[in-house]
Write a protein that binds this ligand. Structure first.
Ligand code: SF4
Ligand code: SF4
Length: 447
């Protein structure tokens, strides 16, 4: 075992040693309930996890089903009287069980295939929406950066790059000395960890984290909730870093007074519902505080099913019906409550909800769109929302034609097919896929 694997093992052993097997973590688990478990079996399931942690081997059937269902909500952490990070323990236990029940090569192949697919979609979508100088700036190696603050985007937000541009605008407005860093060369390694390919994880996620340290930055601001969770639980807890790390929304909320002083007074009147997820630090409370401070913006409170996964898509997509019901209820509830805007928290939520505009009389923006606009900046076109809403693609195609040429990237008909599936097969709200497929197939045929 590597030194990293040893330290991970020690974290799980420590959780098992502290656990009283009271079962409370299981009893509140939304995905255990969703999977049809008898919710009174918490003591048995956790006792199985203690055995797996101490003795190794494969997980018992009941435990394996629970581990597979986990979507990272962290409701278990809040319920644990011993203050154990149960989500982290479940993540490590799942990896341990996979390590002994499946050849590593199989997991490695699956992780590599998932990574390749993601990287291809990210590369194309970013090249369709961003100028090459911005892309190059984001993709440059972390360890060569010199600013005191690193804004780490992760990979997937580059599908909706207006969010990255908004955050850069907001940090600029704060007169911050920062560098932006991200893309697949700085992946957090989530696929490799999930597929129990620990050696590759160490060369990817673990290495990315080390590169932040090599840059000499004193602070790393994360965007992606998965990267935030990963680095928090699988890196910071394994070996504390020399830099401080936290989600950009928390940093902005800490700087609320400075932002407020820079907000323009003449903001449009808005009634806004925030699409909420729990599970990643104080992000919901931070975003609520930030938006509540924007002039002329009224927050509309809407009861929501926010206790499931920490973000839309990803692990949450294991429960498609539940995801769809949450998205529909949110859009319908927002309209019924007289809201005119849904503000999304993360990029995957934005992808899932931005097509709602085709179906409901409500606008969908990311919270960073509102903040950047309030600072007299922002206004970056949200082409992904145009794709998802359907209808005329003229503006999106014209932009893509220009950016693809600028980036030296071409799309062919196969990649348009693959992108169409990628964009429209995700659980969420959307207009018709035909408008995107036809318009971009025509663009691909231009050669
Ligand atoms: S993180 Fe959420 S889904 Fe996973 S075990 Fe804990 S409560 Fe259940
Ligand atoms: S709630 Fe905490 S102490 Fe109780 S079984 Fe779960 S991890 Fe163990």
């Amino acid at each position: 075992m590597s030194a990293y694997a040893d330290r991970l093992e020690a974290l799980a052993q420590e959780a098992a040693d502290r656990c009283t097997t009271c079962g409370k973590c299981f009893e509140v688990c939304p995905t255990a309930r969703e999977s049809g478990f008898d919710m009174l079996q918490g003591k048995e399931r956790v006792a199985e996890m203690v055995s797996l942690t101490r003795d190794g081997g494969a997980a018992a059937d009941g435990l394996q089903k629970w581990l597979n269902a986990c979507d990272g909500s962290a409701r278990c952490n809040d319920a644990c009287p011993e203050g154990i990070n149960v989500r982290q323990w479940v993540t490590i236990a799942k990896m341990k069980s996979l390590e002994v029940t499946r050849p590593r090569e199989e997991g490695a192949a699956s992780a590599a295939s998932r990574f390749r697919h993601m990287a291809q979609a990210v590369r194309l979508l970013a090249s369709m929406q961003l100028p090459s100088e911005t892309l190059k700036k984001i993709l440059a190696p972390a360890e060569r950066r010199t600013a005191d603050v690193l804004f780490y985007t992760g990979c997937n937000v580059l599908r909706t790059p207006h969010i990255v541009l908004n955050v850069m605008d907001i940090l600029d407005a704060l007169d911050l000395d920062f560098d932006v860093v991200g893309g697949t060369a700085h992946c957090c390694g989530i696929y490799q960890f999930q597929e129990a390919d620990l050696p590759t994880y160490e060369r990817m996620g673990h290495r990315t984290f080390q590169r932040f340290g090599q840059s000499g930055a004193s602070k790393v601001l994360t965007w992606c909730p998965t990267c935030t969770k990963n680095f928090d639980e699988l890196e910071q807890d394994v070996e504390p870093a020399a830099f401080d790390m936290g989600h950009v929304s928390e940093f902005l909320a800490d700087n609320l007074d400075a932002l407020k002083a820079r907000f323009g007074a003449d903001q449009p009147r808005r009634r806004v519902v925030i699409h909420e997820h729990l599970g990643i630090g104080a992000t919901v409370a931070s975003i609520r505080n930030l938006l509540a401070a924007v002039p002329n913006l009224e927050l509309v409170e809407l009861p929501q099913d926010s206790g499931f996964s920490y973000a839309c898509g990803g692990q949450a997509a294991k429960f498609k019906d539940r995801e769809q019901a949450i998205h529909r209820a949110l859009a319908e509830g927002a309209v019924a409550a007289g809201a005119d805007t849904i503000a999304t928290m993360y990029h995957s939520c934005h992808r899932a909800l931005s097509g709602a505009e085709a179906l409901y009389p409500v606008k969908v923006v990311n919270f960073t769109d509102i903040l950047a606009e309030a600072l007299g900046r922002g206004g970056h076109p949200d082409y992904y929302r145009l794709y998802k809403a359907g209808g005329s693609m003229d503006e999106a195609v014209a932009a893509a034609r220009k950016f693809l040429a600028n980036n030296g990237v071409r799309v062919d008909e196969n990649s348009v097919k693959s992108l169409t599936a990628d964009i429209f097969n995700e659980t969420g709200l959307a207009g018709g896929r035909e408008a995107f497929a036809q318009a971009f197939t025509a663009l691909a045929k231009e050669g």
